[in-house]
Design a protein around this ligand. Structure first.
Ligand code: ADP
Ligand code: MG
Length: 321
């Protein structure tokens, strides 16, 4: 069995790219990072626990991808540029094949977004993956949750709901038959929208990444901004993997599904064309799904403006089942 130090040396130690923000990476007591002058450090942590956030026996390469993707999604939602990340890993055993596959998935995504692994911790324990990401953004350009204003348009990137279909299928829900490839891909290989987040700086008034379901996550923007919203459920882009579902189920998955890792953001109506241009620059489709209003609360309507009774229920790990 390899030791903790052999695992780190073999799988998690690479020289940071020259000229980047990392002065010192894996191997010392701390990593040293220098954010660009005038920019604030953007810091976020997300943990994945076996049996809670992923199914036991999940492909380790996919897990490596996802553990980093969900963290990068938070940088994207802040409009931050990635600088580096740390990895805290609890493993039941020093299974070299498992660690190699995990590192492959993890570092492939890290390379895609040019974000180096700069440190971490490795211990024995129930399988648990915790990543912290460090990015940078000029304070005035950060896409915070509290900037939405009445009159702003509400947008969402990509498509929603497919990851939820995958979770239902893997849970053995008999209503849904075999797992469509497109849905499995959305659950296991979410693509963090970093390019879009960067392109929306100076244009979007508020942003959040959709991890717990669109309506619940949008509600966080509304609360923090002190505003209300109307959302057109028929405008919300449901994933093509949901095409065979009936309309209420498709809508429920798109509105409340979770695990989507798309960006939900607001922007002044006068910046509509700038939003379209930013999305084009980032190569990510965006859809206008509603409008910010005065007051509080969230109303969901259909394309004709009729109110729909859709419960907005964000995922809560401590909620009663
Ligand atoms: P310390 O006990 O001083 O915290 P460790 O023995 O835990 O040091 O780690 C040694 C070095 O390896 C540190 O630089 C640490 O950041 C790094 N490291 C440990 N585990 C990981 C990991 N899973 N991924 C990346 N770097 C790691
Ligand atoms: Mg340590």
């Amino acid at each position: 069995m390899p030791s903790e130090f052999e695992l780190i040396a073999r799988h998690f130690t690479r020289a940071p790219p020259a000229g980047g923000a990392v002065l010192l990476g894996v191997g010392d007591d701390c990593a040293l990072l220098t954010p660009p002058a005038g920019e604030a450090l953007a810091v976020s942590t997300d943990m994945l626990v076996e049996g809670r956030h992923f199914f036991p026996g999940t492909d380790p390469e996919a897990l490596g991808h996802k553990a980093l993707a969900v963290n990068l999604s938070d940088l994207a939602a802040m409009g931050a540029r990635p600088l580096g990340f740390t990895l805290a890993l609890a493993l039941p055993a020093a299974d070299e094949d498992w660690v190699a596959a995990f590192a492959r998935g993890l570092l492939a995504l890290a390379d895609t977004h040019a974000i180096p692994l700069v440190g971490g911790d490795t211990t024995r324990g129930p399988l648990n993956l915790c990543i912290s990401v460090f990015g940078s953004v000029a304070p005035a350009q950060a896409l915070r949750r509290d900037g939405a204003r009445p009159g702003d348009e509400i947008w969402v990137s990509g498509e929603l709901g497919a990851a939820r279909l995958a979770v239902e299928t893997l849970n053995g829900n008999a209503d849904f038959g075999a797992l469509p490839d497109a849905a499995a891909l959305r659950l296991h290989r979410p693509q963090p929208r970093l390019g879009l987040g960067l392109a929306l700086r100076g244009i979007a008034s508020a942003a959040i990444d959709v991890s717990d379901g669109l309506l619940g996550d949008l509600a966080h923007i509304l609360e923090r901004s002190g505003v209300s919203a109307v959302v057109d459920a028929d405008a919300v882009p449901a994933g093509s993997a949901l095409a065979s579902l009936d309309r209420p189920r498709r809508q429920a998955f798109a509105l409340n599904g979770g695990d989507d890792y798309e960006l939900c953001f607001t922007a002044p109506a006068g910046r509509h064309q700038q939003v379209i241009a930013a999305a084009g620059e980032a190569g990510v489709p965006v859809t206008r799904i509603g409008r910010i209003l005065h007051g509080s609360g969230l109303q969901v309507v259909d394309a004709t403006g009729q109110p729909l009774a859709v419960a907005s229920r964000s995922f809560d790990h401590f909620a009663e089942p």
